[in-house]
Design a protein. Structure first.
Length: 253
């Protein structure tokens, strides 16, 4: 039996990066998977690879974030697990962030998870059924670099939301956790490094050499951990914000 057999799993932001890794891992553990993304051609390729259902959505719109849950319930009768994996990492410091950029970060990184969680927990409570939610956070919730000010603010908010919602719905048997990931090797990170930091083709190798474990975070490893948290194997854990990183926050040399 797979860890997620007989579970309906929605992965928001599941067409690439960590989200796509979770789609593959959940499907590999026998889940019925739905995922969202903005680009149909990318989504359809993942559908062909996994057999999951693709729902095109722009999660900057809270109505579409809620509707992703509605579409999942319409297709499969319920939602058992939700993963909020969409993320915006465009750069901005305290001094140069515009209100528009700030709002974009809040929309994708905080508002979308909030309203998707709202819809998912509503369905779980209505059915008097347990459920699990995993939010993909960031170690920037601890502070982050100067050029990620709005991103860090949104991810800190997501950590607080996780604890609040997990506490509020613990007796509904809805478990909610966040995984704060560190520097991870994704196609989105590749684009970011090239666009914002002038990185060349060897940036991954250079970055890996700077890390304690000699590599960046790997999508498949994160995805397997997310599936574990979604499954019954993670027991009663809820309200946890877990640092999935090779750097120890608070440690000093």
């Amino acid at each position: 039996m797979g860890l997620l057999e007989d579970r309906v799993v929605l992965v928001n932001g599941g067409s690439q990066g960590v989200g796509a890794g979770v789609v593959r891992a959940a499907a590999g553990e026998a889940a019925t998977v739905v995922f969202t993304g903005r680009r149909a051609e990318v989504g359809e390729k993942l559908v062909a690879d996994t057999g999951a259902l693709f729902v095109r959505a722009d999660l900057a719109d809270p109505a579409q974030a809620r509707d992703s849950v509605v579409r999942t319930v319409e297709a499969h009768g319920r939602i058992d697990c939700l993963v909020n994996a969409a993320g915006l990492t465009s750069r901005g410091s305290l001094l140069d962030t515009t209100p528009e950029l700030f709002d974009q970060h809040m929309a994708i990184n905080l508002k979308a998870p909030f309203f998707a969680m709202q819809a998912a927990v509503t369905d779980m409570i209505a059915r008097e059924a347990p459920g699990t939610i995993v939010n993909i956070g960031s170690n920037c919730a601890h502070g982050g670099p100067p050029y990620l000010a709005p991103y860090s603010a949104a991810k800190a908010g997501l950590a607080g939301l996780t604890r609040n919602a997990a506490h509020a719905h613990r007796f509904d048997r809805v478990r909610i956790n966040t995984v704060n990931i560190g520097w991870t090797d994704t196609e989105g990170e590749d684009a970011t490094q090239r666009a914002f930091h002038g990185a060349g083709d060897d940036w991954r190798e250079q970055a890996a050499r700077s890390q304690p474990m000699g590599k960046l975070g790997q999508v498949d490893e994160i995805a397997e951990f997310v599936v574990f948290l979604l499954s019954d194997r993670s027991g009663v854990v809820t309200g946890s914000v877990i640092d999935w990183d090779q750097n120890v926050f608070g440690g000093q040399d």
